[in-house]
Ligand binder design. Structure first.
Ligand code: ADE
Length: 272
């Protein structure tokens, strides 16, 4: 998978992508992260400036269409020169106004050969650049960051770990986090007792089936407490459905007893 990041801050992308698992994946040729400086595509007269005042007035500066469009053309040509199709590479514009990035979106994008990620700054990008390029707009969440670089890195990280070989054998299991639309169960490692807190007995039993059942139930419980929005699409067998119904009843009782209005467990959610 080749990530081409169009940005005003290429160092930010290259340094974050050179460490840890992404760095290892790049060294072994499983992914390639290529940051392209939009500033290099400003026309001569502008001497590296790629923003201007917004038509109609208002605060802040807007990134101009020309350097972005020329940069994108250059990236597409680079892809062509490497023997792939630049014109069919999808261009994703990182913006809080986009579709929210999800695990399912990451899985879909991980099947692409090339992805072009466009990072904005200031008050945004001249709309004509987005129109001419035909960007898909993606947000990493309902909050506003200073630029698209961190969101692009979030996407690169999340997509890369889905590419076969990027995670080692042991690490691959972690892909399960949103498996069946459930949150991960709690994990423990040595020692058995830490500051008076014991590892749940069942995990020491060596009884594989019981451990599996316990883990599934904890996943269901966590999802209901912390992400009730996901529980409706969780993939559960009949026994687990009954477990969930019982859990909902218990949670409702707890809520009624504490006089709170909803069972989302948002207070619980911040305990961890
Ligand atoms: N740029 C600024 N904020 C963003 C967000 N939440 N997602 C994607 N791009 C952004």
């Amino acid at each position: 998978m080749n990530f081409h990041v169009m940005t005003l801050f290429p160092d930010m992308i290259m340094s974050a992508a050179s460490g840890s698992i992404l760095g290892r994946a790049q060294k072994s040729g499983l992914i390639n992260v290529n940051a392209v400086n939009i500033r290099d595509y400003t026309d001569e007269r502008r001497r590296g400036r790629c923003d201007d005042y917004p038509y109609g007035g208002g605060a802040g500066m807007v990134m101009q269409a020309q350097p972005i469009c020329d940069c994108c053309d250059a990236v597409r040509r680079m892809i062509d020169e490497e023997g792939r199709s630049g014109s069919s590479a999808r261009v994703i514009y990182m913006t809080p106004q986009g579709r929210t990035f999800t695990q399912a979106m990451a899985a879909e994008l991980s099947r692409e050969e090339d992805l072009i990620l466009l990072c904005g700054h200031y008050e945004g990008i001249d709309e004509r650049a987005l129109e001419l390029i035909g960007t898909e707009n993606v947000s990493i969440g309902d909050y506003v960051l200073t630029g698209g670089e961190l969101p692009a890195l979030v996407m690169i990280d999340c997509i890369s770990r889905l590419i076969p070989g990027v995670l080692g054998g042991d690490e691959s299991a972690l892909i399960e986090t949103f498996h069946d639309n459930l949150l991960e169960y709690p994990q423990y490692t040595r020692p058995e007792v830490y500051k008076g807190l014991h590892v749940p007995e069942i995990l020491l039993s060596g009884h594989h089936e019981n451990v599996e059942k316990w883990r599934r139930e904890r996943s269901i419980e966590r999802t209901l407490r912390y992400r009730p929005d996901l529980i409706g699409s969780a993939v559960l067998n009949k026994k687990e459905m009954r477990f969930l119904e019982e859990l909902k009843r218990q949670l409702q009782e707890e809520t009624d007893a504490s006089g709170e209005a909803d069972i989302s467990g948002s207070k619980e959610g911040f305990k961890a």
